[in-house]
Design a protein. Structure first.
Length: 331
């Protein structure tokens, strides 16, 4: 392994001079000497020892991110937002996928503690308990949530109840009154609780009857949407429109509708959630609620950096959602 001593010998300068160049010290270094050091660093492919740097700064320059489903495109864009801000500030990102399992979240917390991460971002997907926050130890004061959690930590959020209201309002304008909603598991996500509550409030607002058989729970996957809508289309009467908790479920729902020899949106209209890129390329393109995924991730990382630095923060930051209308509701 190449060391700072090797660089000093290659450039024929002192170790102190190399250190000053690499750390951009306030001590003046001759321009030609600095150039010699940088050439030696490049030729030797020298990389500073990250562990040594972290010990001297008392920071690891690493943050942990907990996500529930790494296969969901929604989270890839959230993580990109986190990574973009982290890169600018010199932080590395350590990701833990939990599959929405409580024990995996707990395990992730212990991993972050062992790795001496400087902070943690929880990117949705599970109901965090006070015990979990307590297990973070000193990281508890340097944790940020994307979404609403049942614990008091800083967060960046969207108004999920208002998002559902926009979806229902759009369907009502199109003349639909028999509206179904396929939610994700409410026991594992405050986001799902908020969306379900929003749906139950929206229908009476438009004088629509809430039909319990039209409210379903499924896994937040293509299969989850497919299985629930496959059963719904056999009902008499069947719903004229279906809102699903994410776009992946909407893709599965579309398959179930086609297999029943029904047309979208003529027989059943569909609305998804998250507006992942594939939604606009699907056949038919899916109307979806746009969640500003990259902005949420970026803002969460900004907040975490301020927490680590001991700066003042906004306890809750709100971001707007938008209904993107496509052919799955408007023919």
């Amino acid at each position: 392994m190449v060391t700072i001593i090797d660089v000093a010998e290659k450039a024929n300068v002192s170790i102190t001079t190399v250190s000053r160049v690499l750390n951009d010290s306030t001590h003046k270094v001759n321009k030609n000497t600095k150039e010699k050091v940088l050439v030696a660093v490049k030729e030797l492919d020298y990389r500073p020892n990250a562990l040594a740097q972290s010990l001297s700064r008392k920071r690891s320059m690493t943050i942990g991110v907990v996500i529930p489903d790494i296969s969901n495109p929604y989270y890839s864009e959230v993580v990109r937002g986190i990574q973009d801000k982290a890169d600018k500030e010199g932080y590395s990102v350590l990701i833990q996928n939990t599959d929405r399992k409580i024990e995996k979240i707990t395990q992730s917390i212990y991993v972050f503690r062992e790795k001496h991460t400087d902070g943690v971002i929880f990117a949705g997907g599970a109901v965090l308990s006070k015990d979990m926050i307590s297990s973070l130890k000193n990281l508890a004061s340097r944790s940020v949530a994307i979404g609403r959690f049942e614990v008091d930590i800083p967060s960046v959020r969207v108004d999920n109840q208002n998002a559902i209201f926009k979806a229902v309002s759009h369907l009502i304008e199109l003349g639909h009154r028999e509206i179904a909603y396929i939610n994700g598991p409410v026991e594992s996500s405050t986001v799902m609780q908020d969306r379900l509550e929003g749906f139950k409030k929206a229908l009476p607002h438009f004088n629509c009857t809430i039909r319990p058989e039209f409210i379903r729970t499924g896994s937040l996957t293509i299969e989850g949407g497919y299985n629930q809508v496959q059963d719904l289309v056999r009902k008499n009467p069947r719903p004229r429109a279906v809102i699903l908790a994410n776009d992946q479920m909407a893709f599965g729902a579309a398959k179930a509708i086609r297999e029943a020899n029904l047309k979208i949106p003529e027989d059943i209209a569909l609305i998804g959630f998250d507006n992942i890129p594939l939604s606009s390329y699907f056949d038919p393109p899916i109307t979806s609620i746009e969640i500003p995924r990259h902005k949420l991730g970026y803002a969460a990382m900004e907040t975490l950096i301020k927490l680590i630095a001991g700066e003042e923060i906004e306890k809750v930051q709100w971001f707007d959602v938008e209904l993107i209308k496509r052919q799955s509701t408007v023919s």
